[in-house]
Design a protein around this ligand. Sequence first.
Ligand SMILES: Nc1nc2c(ncn2[C@@H]2O[C@H](COP(=O)(O)OP(=O)(O)O)[C@@H](O)[C@H]2O)c(=O)[nH]1
Ligand SMILES: [Mg+2]
Length: 455
Amino acid sequence: MNDTICAIATSQGVGAIAIIRVSGDEALEIVNKLFKGKDLTKVDSHTINYGKIIDPTDNKVIDEVLVSVMLAPKTFTRENVVEINTHGGIASTNKVLELLLTNGCRLAEPGEFTKRAFLNGRIDLLEAEGVMDLINAKTDTQRELATNTVTGKVSDLINNLRSDLVQIISNINVNIDYPEYDDVDIITNELLIPKITALKERINKILEESKNGQIIKEGIKTSIVGRPNVGKSSLLNALLEEDKAIVTDIAGTTRDIVEGQISINGIILNMIDTAGIRKTDDKVESIGVSKSLKTIEEADLVLLVLNNNEELTPDIKELLSKIKEKEYIVIINKCDLASKLDLTKLDVDKSRIINMSIKDNLGIDKLKEKIIELFNLNKLESADPTYLSNSRSISILRQCLTSINEIEQGLKDNRPIDMIELDIKNIWEQLGMINGTTYEEELLDEMFSRFCLGK
Ligand SMILES: Nc1nc2c(ncn2[C@@H]2O[C@H](COP(=O)(O)OP(=O)(O)O)[C@@H](O)[C@H]2O)c(=O)[nH]1
Ligand SMILES: [Mg+2]
């Protein structure tokens, strides 16, 4: 038997109403001990009941409340659930919680209600993760993606792959069991190849589109790099429209990393202003420089800032070769000054160059437009976002892709069909880990611990 858990589900602090949630076999009995009004154990399911919470030791009234009674199994956790709506003061809410704890409830762990919803089969693992995304959503696009995850649209991507695999497995089985059976497709390796290839392409597409999911959920990691004094911090400040990073004409001012966020078409740009990249003997500055190089590796987008008024140096060419593996934009700043920069020596695609004068506020809009173009943000904003977005499922799906490539090769090499069948079953199981058909206890603990209390 599961113990009965409780937690304050609304955010802690003063509000008009606070909700305390109780879930478990004894939810009704425990709340009933504290409730003056109707006998909650006898009311209909899914009713809201007016009454008072009293302290049973001295019968003092704690608060006037509305109590929602929801009986299993049609509840979020599939257990009996009672929600107490109190006046949202800190003292009264905490007092009600305390009374629940002294009368048989245990304080829920973070995410424990959702964990129970998952363990009791109410939602799958992807949907559970979506619940957290929905709570954390800050932009409309994030909210839409999370809603599609919570309501199972994203799970269907995986469920459909799994049912296709079952189809293939059953075809193989019929063939193994009744090799002489004419009616059934004779599943020879030849016939299987196109099916496997089609499946591989679908997995590929889901993975390709999951990049959109990650961009929506986590934003675009953007690193602003370049030599000292070219205007990197000025660029960050201009994009943020505030003076966040310190700007001076002294080279080496930004020694550590300064971060800021803006939203472009509903997508968050997570910007990092870095220390200027140059050879230096200053210990603090050189740590900054190596940190900047590291942010390039982790970035989705690199903004390389050059000074129009400075000649090109060899280290820039070196830097350029590093950032070319990423999405990048070359910003030529200080266009208000005389040009000393020889662009012909710069081996970059012209469409990726933006001329700016941050001082005169010129070029910021062009830069934003370029980012929208590079990441297809217009399309992302208008699409109904149904993408895998958490790195856990994406990495499992990547493994599945590797396995399916091996199967395809195995078929071409005429590997025995019963071995192939085993490999296909393995993929089916791996996919089950994405939506939690199979799971490990440790993963659940780790995942739900990131939820907020009362969810
Ligand atoms: N003339 C001119 N000066 C600029 C421009 N943008 C930034 N600066 C100046 O260049 C200097 C260095 O800027 P800063 O943003 O600190 O460069 P960082 O070292 O790359 O972060 C400051 O004195 C800025 O005011 C610009 O577009 N034109
Ligand atoms: Mg700086």
